[in-house]
Design a binder for this molecule. Structure first.
Ligand SMILES: Nc1ncnc2c1ncn2[C@@H]1O[C@H](COP(=O)(O)OP(=O)(O)OP(=O)(O)O)[C@@H](O)[C@H]1O
Ligand SMILES: [Mg+2]
Length: 456
């Protein structure tokens, strides 16, 4: 079925000609010859035309008044007006009211086709955007944070509360895979800023100079390679939410700039003269321990306190293992649908393995495990041999307090190992070089030299 097009025109000749023309193009055409008829179709019959082509003057009223009357209910349609030659003021008024365009009578058929095609593209794009929005809103409502444990229930209650408050910044902390990204989506899509953009940046993913221009934008010529001016993420998120993931990775000098931007609610592009006002919510996430980073001097405490109007701490999966009962079936269902599988049975052996595992990667790890099993399933049973749950060897207590854990799996070269040993020794001695040297069985001078070499 084609798209619906409503024609409001009282001249029979023109009305019928337009009907015929657009039916031929595949539209489902409706014709109204009076304002009353059109109003009836739009309001009583809830017709949702993609495009309305309306005459300005009809026997019982004006097309513009009808547009003004129904506009708020017809956000998904584009309106075109047919105007008599030379009626400029009315055309202008039509555009001001939100009409897409106007066409002078008598209609030139090529211009008519062009304008209608372009109105159609615009209306379809708008509909797609709206549908995406409502789809995302549904996917990221508060219930999307699954779990019946008290920790999960409390998290949902907190999310619900936060979505009602116009907070300016928030920190979400939690181990990897505990749902910091998910919580951000939920807060954005359930909050007052849902219609505006949610812009995400993983601060660990970019080197320092790129990070700065990514956040604040730059003017043309601000640095070599900056050919054109570019809006930064602060500007792109205007009215909405800026999600700074892994904020603990932002270098110190950029932390100062960030603090200034948040406090003054203004930014300046790199190489820019003027200040740009910003109105956004900032959600910062970290899986690092802020207290430790602050005491190490790696994170500014003033920035932490500015961001930390609220801190949402997400529970690990290992402290809410009863939630496996909700998460596992939900994930199986999700991957069944994705991969066209019919898994419905989880054996006692599988449950036992799932419950015993420690889940260092939390829900993300669980998702990966369930996805693998569903993909390898041959019938309705979740194949437990594909769970493959191995907990990586944990350094023992002895190693943690007296030794250093060095992986011998090729992930560290000899230099990195030496650095790691020195770093750990210094940490344990609160950066006292003499004590660390004693611990490492070397002299202070030799340790100093190596510290310098490794930039410690
Ligand atoms: N409570 C939950 N209910 C349903 N799905 C969840 C829950 N927690 C996390 N997930 C899902 O687990 C996956 C990992 O979550 P997410 O990416 O939000 O974690 P994260 O905390 O941002 O991790 P990282 O620190 O590694 O970025 C996502 O697919 C997310 O939708
Ligand atoms: Mg994340």
């Amino acid at each position: 079925m084609g798209h619906t097009l409503l024609i409001i025109e009282d001249e029979p000749l023109l009305g019928n000609e337009l009907c015929r023309h657009f039916k031929h193009q595949g539209y489902r055409v409706e014709l109204a010859t009076t304002i009353a008829q059109a109003r009836h179709k739009l309001l009583a019959q809830k017709l949702e035309p993609l495009i309305v082509i309306s005459d300005l003057n009809l026997p019982d009223g004006k097309g513009l008044d009808l547009l003004a009357e129904v506009k708020s209910k017809l956000e998904r349609s584009e309106w075109l007006f047919l105007t008599a030659y030379g009626s400029v003021p009315e055309s202008v008024q039509a555009l001001q009211l939100g009409a897409y365009d106007f066409l002078e009578k008598p209609c030139d058929i090529e211009r008519l086709n062009l304008v209608v095609a372009s109105a159609k593209r615009s209306a379809l794009a708008q509909r797609r955007l709206q549908d995406q929005h409502s789809g995302r809103a549904r996917r990221y409502n508060i219930e999307a944070f699954l779990g019946t444990s008290s920790a999960a229930t409390q998290t949902r209650a907190m999310l619900r509360r936060l979505a009602e408050i116009p907070f300016s910044s928030l920190i979400i902390s939690g181990e990897t895979g505990t749902g910091k990204g998910l919580a951000t989506e939920i807060l954005h899509h359930s909050g007052a800023r849902a219609e505006a953009p949610l812009i995400s940046l993983n601060c660990a993913a970019l080197p320092h100079d790129l990070l700065e221009s990514e956040l604040f934008g730059h003017e043309a010529g601000a640095f070599t390679g900056a050919k054109k001016a570019r809006r930064g993420l602060f500007e792109q998120a205007e009215g909405g939410t800026l999600f700074l993931d892994e904020i603990g990775e932002i270098p110190l000098d950029l932390q100062s700039k960030l603090l200034k931007a948040i406090e003054e609610r203004k930014i300046r592009r790199l190489g820019g003269e003027c200040e740009i006002e910003i109105d956004i919510t900032i959600i910062a996430a970290s899986n690092r321990d802020f207290a430790r980073q602050i005491s190490n001097g790696q994170f500014r405490s003033d920035l932490y306190h500015r961001l930390n109007l609220f801190e949402l701490k997400l529970p690990t999966l290992r402290e809410r293992k009863e939630d496996l009962q909700t998460l596992v079936p939900a994930l199986i269902e999700e991957f069944n649908a994705q991969a066209n599988r019919q898994v419905h049975q989880v054996s006692a052996t599988a449950w036992q393995q799932l419950e015993q595992h420690d889940w260092p990667g939390n829900v993300r790890e669980l998702r990966n495990v369930i996805e693998r099993c569903v993909l390898f399933a041959e019938d309705e049973h979740l194949p437990h041999q594909w769970l493959q749950l191995q907990t990586p060897p944990q350094p023992t207590q002895h190693l943690q307090t007296e030794g250093v854990f060095i992986p011998l799996d090729g992930s560290m070269d000899l230099d990195a190992m030496e650095r790691q040993i020195i770093h750990t020794a210094l940490q344990r001695c609160d950066n006292n070089t003499t004590a660390a040297a004693r611990m490492l069985g070397t002299s202070r001078e030799k340790l100093r030299y190596r510290q310098h070499k490794h930039g410690l």
